[in-house]
Design a protein around this ligand. Structure first.
Ligand code: FMN
Length: 256
């Protein structure tokens, strides 16, 4: 399993960073041999959209013959997404939505003709679906009984990801960080993590604690615990669920 781990807080000791790191830890419990690709947008922000890139995206004609080098960064970032089996994003809420560094990443990976198609019915994603876990930290409350501000983060990020095909999403909001002192952070984080649903990544499970099943040549064969079948090579997108931030522990929804 390859995990793409993205952070977007400018703060080192940030709640969303600690939350995303804890989600990665949980995934490593499922698949201890997983590799991790790191994209720390908070520590190393991407450039804002540059003139050549904007020129390339201006029309179908310019996209068909883009200025030389204009799509290089976009291509690099899209390949990181394509190489990932699971994506983990840590994001703060900044002025009711995602921080600009995460928006800069979205601006590079949503590209017509590469990660999505433009159709009369709207944008259709091209990328293979894979689970995306999003740890959100907010100083105040945007969902639940104490909500006192609108939420433009969850619907926007959810739509942006699903527009390129990443429809299996779970949002995990850690709210009210402004009212937490240092000692309360871990408990608040654990409460959020209790809602983490790893079933979409379950087929990557590695069973190091079980006796290995050996082939006649003595090679270890990874078997799925439930079905006894071999692990599927790729996530097939059979289990599509979206946990709405407005219903953190409520019903899950299948989105097509
Ligand atoms: C520029 C900026 C804007 C913010 N806007 C909001 C906001 O609209 N709503 C909110 O609840 N918290 C807001 N906050 C507070 C952060 O969401 C909160 O500090 C959160 O813990 C940041 O995530 P981090 O700990 O991962 O850095 C804002 C913080 C900053 C720096």
């Amino acid at each position: 399993m390859n995990i793409l781990h993205i952070d977007s807080s400018p703060r080192r000791e940030s709640h969303s960073r600690q939350l995303s790191a804890a989600i990665v830890e949980k995934l490593l419990e499922v698949a201890p041999g997983a590799s991790i690709t790191r994209r720390d947008l908070g520590a190393e922000p991407l450039p804002q959209t540059e003139a050549l890139y904007a020129a390339a995206l201006a029309s179908p004609a310019t996209l068909a013959a883009p200025p030389m080098g204009s799509l290089d960064l976009s291509e690099e970032l899209i390949r990181e997404v394509e190489a990932a089996d699971v994506i983990v994003i840590g994001t703060p809420m900044h002025n009711l939505t995602i921080p600009s560094v995460l928006k800069a990443w979205i601006d590079q990976i949503l590209r017509v003709g590469r990660t999505m198609k433009s159709t009369p019915a709207g944008k259709v994603g091209i990328l293979r679906d894979r689970p995306v876990f999003i740890g959100v930290a907010s100083g105040g409350f945007f969902t639940g009984e104490r909500a006192n501000q609108p939420d433009f983060l969850t619907p926007y990020l959810s739509l942006a990801l699903s527009s390129i095909g990443l429809r299996t999403q779970q949002f995990l909001p850690l709210q009210g960080t402004a009212f937490l002192d240092r000692s309360q952070g871990p408990l608040a984080r654990d409460k959020v993590l209790a809602a983490l649903d790893l079933s979409a990544a379950e087929h990557f499970r590695e069973f190091h604690d079980r006796p290995a099943v050996l082939s006649s040549t003595g090679r270890r064969i990874a078997m799925s615990p439930r079905s006894g079948k071999r692990h599927p090579e790729h996530y097939e997108g059979a289990h599509k669920l979206l946990t709405l931030a407005s219903q953190p522990s409520g019903p899950r929804r299948t989105i097509e």
